[in-house]
Design a protein around this ligand. Structure first.
Ligand code: CP
Ligand code: NVA
Length: 316
């Protein structure tokens, strides 16, 4: 693997498959001291529940140490440049897990420092979410072969971007239903289409949710107003509602499909209560798998898999 994990583009298909195998092992044997003496800085410019806790818990379960930094309580709030902050943090930490407004800031961190940089969500991508989501699908269906996902909602969404890139590496088919003008970012779509030619994935983009959900295994949605887009809230909601809300009626049209959402959900907005609380909803399995897949990611990124295996064999 590369030094940093900023995008799903940073992981090859086979590396992802391997990472899922390591995740299986970590689910079975969660504790180790393989990260002993490794320092992690969690730098978050935006709120978080799942990402922050799953990284903190996962790192601690593997024997590492975590310090938390945010924009408001650090000197960044008083105008210290991000460059100087990163040059400082790298004197203390081996890895920075960063949730940022601008994806470019992650690229800057990766370029500036020798720390491994992990994207904990940016305006462009949420690659750690995609790893957990695909792993959850693999767990539920016991295969990724011929799996079809319908994503209903905001085509420009960071979670969708990463899911699309991950799916098209693995041969998973994706139907996207979004309003006109809310199609995925051009560079992401181009990359996904190139990958799809190799993997055999099919990508379809429609403005009709009912068409997208036909015969799929999974119906996925995310919020209509992502963090940082609050000022466009009214305009966005007008575009998405009520047509792109995942209702029971829409889920019925998808046959026996499972429901997925990265969370947090705006119940009653992009999804009805009844859908997210239905037996077919696997949203908390996704949330749990953030923990396991991220632990595998860290071990892989730091080149510690062999060490983890040796330590595991000594524990037995
Ligand atoms: N899905 C996700 O990243 O959740 P948080 O915003 O709570 O971290
Ligand atoms: N698209 C959402 C995902 C939150 C986990 C956001 O960026 O706010």
């Amino acid at each position: 693997m590369l030094k940093d994990f900023l995008s799903i583009n940073d992981i090859k298909r086979d590396e992802m498959v391997d990472l899922f195998r390591l995740t299986d092992k970590l689910k079975k044997y969660p504790n180790s001291d393989v990260l002993k003496n490794k320092m992690f800085c969690l730098y978050f410019e935006k709120p978080s529940t799942r990402t922050r806790i799953s990284f903190e818990v996962g790192i601690k379960e593997l024997g590492g140490e975590v310090v938390f930094l945010d924009k408001i309580t650090s000197q960044l709030s008083r105008g210290e440049p991000l460059e100087d902050t990163i040059r400082t943090v790298e004197r203390y930490a081996h890895v920075i897990v960063a949730r940022v407004f601008s994806h470019k800031d992650l690229e800057l961190m990766a370029k500036l420092s020798k720390m491994n940089v992990i994207n904990a969500l940016s305006d462009l991508e949420h690659p750690c979410q995609a790893l957990a989501d695909i792993y959850t699908i693999r767990e539920k269906f016991k295969t990724l072969k011929d799996i079809k996902i319908a994503f209903v909602g905001d085509g420009t969404d960071n979670v969708l971007h990463s899911l699309l890139l991950a799916s098209t590496k693995l041969g998973i088919h994706m139907n996207i239903a979004c309003p006109k003008g809310f199609e995925p970012e051009k560079s992401i779509l181009e990359r996904a289409r190139t990958q799809a030619k190799i993997s055999g994935s099919k990508i379809s983009i429609t403005h009709e949710p009912e068409h997208a959900v036909k015969d799929v295994h999974v119906v996925y949605t995310d919020v209509f107003v992502s963090m940082g887009q609050e000022k466009d809230s009214k305009k966005r909601l007008k575009k998405f509602l009520p047509k792109y809300r995942v209702t029971q009626e829409l889920l019925e049209k998808a046959g026996s499909a499972l429901f997925m959402h990265c969370l947090p959900a705006h119940r009653g907005q992009e999804v009805d209560d009844k859908v997210i609380d239905d037996i077919r909803s696997i949203v908390f399995d996704q949330a749990e798998n953030r923990l396991h897949t991220q632990k595998a990611l860290i071990i892989k990124l730091l080149g510690l898999e062999q060490m983890y295996n040796i330590k595991l064999s000594l524990q037995d």
